[in-house]
Design a protein around this ligand. Structure first.
Ligand SMILES: NC(=O)c1ccc[n+]([C@@H]2O[C@H](COP(=O)([O-])OP(=O)(O)OC[C@H]3O[C@@H](n4cnc5c(N)ncnc54)[C@H](OP(=O)(O)O)[C@@H]3O)[C@@H](O)[C@H]2O)c1
Length: 245
């Protein structure tokens, strides 16, 4: 079955920036698949957004190949093509383990399992559906923490955040995926971009009150998800413009 409405999938959308991205896409008239690894949390989040538009829970754990395949089959059977894929779900592990010289390789592996391998797994599973849409958009929610050029710039402006090497490296690799996939798909209408949503108060950083509301971060994500036909592909940007790789 197919639908004439535009369809979007947001991973890790039961809370935080993903939830607000799902809300804003629903408000724009998309049929939104709200991906969540926990059924109760996902169904509750979809229920909260019921008044905003057509929001449907789909069970999706990035680390579980069967879950990802089942989600892709469900979306394919129900709404057919996928106009927008937002790779939002991620974890931030090992902040207390310090920098590259001390962090455990196990923490790096567990981080990459979700942030990189999970993102790649979802992208590969859903790409056939994105290719069925007239002008697909893939958004990788990244972070300036993954920007090597920012990291090595004088004074290391990222040093103040103290985020783990595992997290920042996972986002560097996600950015590499953005570039590679954009080139691979460059002769198609599909656009692939990385965005940094800025510093938002979410569970990921303990909602310290030092950041903006995640609805602000979601606006950058939605901008990339709805980029026009003459917009860029293979780029990395935040609310202020291009971010260095
Ligand atoms: N917050 C910031 O300031 C900030 C800054 C830059 C970039 N980002 C990026 O923005 C995105 C959203 O982060 P956030 O701040 O909104 O974090 P968050 O509130 O912690 O939300 C993360 C989401 O990812 C989900 N998730 C984690 N592991 C998963 C898995 N294996 N399978 C499926 N879903 C999984 C979580 O589900 P559960 O609820 O089940 O754990 C949750 O829904 C991330 O990519 C993050 O790196 C955030």
């Amino acid at each position: 079955m197919t639908t004439t409405k535009k369809t979007a999938l947001v991973t890790g959308a039961n809370k935080g920036i993903g939830f607000e991205t799902a809300r804003q896409l629903a408000q724009q008239g998309f049929t939104v698949w709200l991906g969540a690894r926990d059924r109760a949390r996902g169904e509750a989040a979809a229920q909260k957004l019921a008044g905003e538009g057509d929001v449907r829970f789909v069970s999706l754990d990035l680390t579980d190949p069967d879950s990802v395949q089942a989600a892709a089959a469900h979306v394919s059977d129900t709404t057919g093509a996928l106009d927008v894929l937002v790779n939002n779900a991620a974890v931030a592990l090992g902040k207390e383990e310090g920098p590259a010289s001390t962090i455990s390789t196990d923490t790096i592996r567990r981080t990459l399992d979700v942030n990189f391998y999970g993102t790649l797994r979802v992208t590969q599973a859903f790409l056939p559906l994105v290719q069925k849409a007239p002008a697909g958009r893939i958004v990788n929610v990244s972070s300036t923490m993954g920007s090597v050029s920012t990291l090595v710039s004088p004074g290391n402006p990222l040093g103040q955040y103290g985020t783990s090497y595992a997290y920042s490296t996972s986002k560097t690799i996600v950015n590499a995926l953005t570039g590679q996939l954009a080139v691979e798909l460059s002769d198609t209408p599909i656009k692939v971009n990385s965005v940094c949503p800025g510093y938002n108060d979410t569970d990921m950083n303990g909602s310290t009150g030092a950041g903006q509301h995640p609805s602000e971060g979601a606006k950058v994500v939605v901008r990339a998800a709805t980029i026009p036909a003459d917009g860029p592909t293979g780029t990395f940007f935040d609310v202020s413009g291009p971010v260095g790789w």
